[in-house]
Design a protein around this ligand. Structure first.
Ligand code: PEP
Ligand code: CO
Length: 464
């Protein structure tokens, strides 16, 4: 396998024989790669990959480096990371209003958290590439018919037909193009004035007025009002606050796709996965000798690994050794997703087992994936109260251990869906029926996301 390089990034003779051995970017091919699609048409796959290799990068390696510095600041308690977006983006959902609503939700949450923590919030969207899903079952049976499970739009279709569920390599290219147009709009919004702090604060005012249940957050909103007026009176440059950094992230699940979008950075001569700024390894693909860990060990991006309730301190230490051998701040984030019923037991043990051996690692909480249940009405859902209990367990475990709770990783949408039970809007088992739209996991809706942000702001204030 030769190394394919985008001309924009190409160094003079980097394609010379032997380069592969130096970068190791294809070593994963001899390892166990879980959760990969089964393509029946090898030629069609090669055709898609050839095209992907020649398409421009979606991000610039220098941006990934800046993000790494931002995440490093979070590991020291000087910033807080907020990563949010769909469990699974869909091609059809890449519409301006839906993208805008998600970006808006993240910006609104970030404004509240910035105030609560008195520190910068690093904004990351599970967006512009979050198309591939690991599944616990390869096949799905409905009314006696068994077909391959839906693995995300970049692999197959959601519709339950043989044709749609076939793994189609042409979808890899579609995934790239939808990522590209989504990222373009995100960049336009966040550079073009949509992120204006004063505007974002007005939206938050509107949110608080929408439900009497939010009155307890009025105090925080009033304090933010005063802080903005204070800044204004001091002559702060609000125009400088009209734009913001906003990064893209997705699970690096499909190794052929990630490999085809990995390029040599012309500045450093090192490989970067240019499909997104931040890439993570899921709970199901994090084996230390597996293909995913090996592949991400070879690229320079900031990366994450999900750690579920069975993860041991030895697992974490081995992952850090392989993925972050130089103990580079910002390089490695552990995203814990233990479940509300387990976190108070397992996270303190995990942190104690690691002790002071991983000071460079950033710790984030994913309070979603350990808290999935089925409602009495048959929906895959989560309880808002469980999600918040896991966040609280995350903060207290780190406080006890003397480590830093560096951020949140959540599944949200900007729309008014009814997928998660509870919160001040009091969605119950029956209420889930009203607007349940997710393709895979249930997401916090716009209001639930903001409710979470106001609560977490209180934890951050206490911590400060
Ligand atoms: C996800 O983030 O959508 C996911 C599948 O998470 P995990 O790997 O933690 O189960
Ligand atoms: Co999910």
């Amino acid at each position: 396998m030769s190394l394919h390089i985008d001309p924009v990034f190409a160094q003079t003779d980097i394609t010379a024989a032997g380069t592969d051995d130096l970068t190791g970017l294809d070593d994963w091919r001899s390892m166990d790669a879980k959760q990969q699609p089964t393509y029946l048409d090898a030629e069609a796959l090669e055709d898609s990959l050839t095209k992907l290799r020649s398409l421009p990068p979606l991000i610039f390696a220098g941006e990934a480096d800046v993000l790494k510095q931002r995440i490093a600041a979070a590991s020291r308690g000087e910033a807080f990371v907020l990563a949010g977006g769909d469990c699974a983006e869909s091609f059809a959902g890449a519409q301006a209003d839906k993208i805008r609503a998600r970006v808006q939700t993240v910006l609104q949450m970030a404004a509240v958290l910035t105030y609560g923590g008195s520190m910068p919030v690093v904004k990351i969207g599970r967006m512009a590439g979050q198309f591939a899903k690991p599944r616990s079952a390869d096949m799905e049976t409905r009314d006696g018919v068994t077909l391959p499970s839906f693995r995300g739009d970049i692999v197959n279709g959601y519709e339950f037909t043989e044709e749609s569920r076939r793994h189609d390599p042409a979808r890899l290219l579609q995934g790239y193009h939808v990522s590209s147009s989504t990222l373009n709009l995100i960049r336009a919004f966040t550079q073009g004035g949509f992120a204006d702090l004063r505007l974002v604060h007005e939206w938050n005012r509107g949110f608080l007025a929408s439900n009497p249940g939010y009155q307890r957050y009025e105090q925080t909103a009033r304090e933010i009002d005063r802080a903005i007026r204070f800044m204004d009176a001091c002559g702060a440059d609000f125009d400088a606050l009209r734009t913001t950094e906003f990064y893209s992230a997705h699970e690096a699940l499909l190794l052929e796709y990630e490999r085809a979008l990995t390029r040599i950075d012309s500045r450093t001569g090192l490989p970067y996965d240019v499909s997104g700024h931040f890439l993570w390894i899921g709970e199901r693909t994090r084996e230390i000798d597996g293909a995913h860990v090996d592949f991400l060990s070879k690229v320079q991006n900031p990366i994450g690994v999900k750690l579920g309730p069975t993860a041991t301190a030895e697992d974490a230490l081995a992952l850090a050794e392989k993925l972050d051998p130089n103990a580079e701040p910002g390089r490695l984030t552990f995203v814990t997703r233990m479940g509300a019923g387990k976190i108070n037991d397992v996270l303190p043990k995990l942190l104690a087992g690691i002790g002071d051996r991983l000071p460079q690692v950033t710790w984030m909480s994913d309070p979603m994936h350990g808290n999935t249940i089925t409602s009495s009405t048959g929906y895959k859902t989560r309880r808002f109260e469980d999600v918040m209990a896991e966040v609280e367990g995350f903060f207290s475990a780190h406080q006890e251990a003397g480590t830093i709770p560096g951020g949140l990783h959540i599944e949200l949408t900007g729309d008014d869906v009814t997928e998660i039970m509870g919160g001040a809007t009091e969605i119950d088992d029956e209420g889930l029926r009203r607007r349940y739209e997710t393709l895979v996991d249930p997401r916090l809706n716009h209001d639930q996301s903001l409710e979470m942000a106001f609560q977490v702001a209180e934890y951050l204030t206490r911590r400060g």
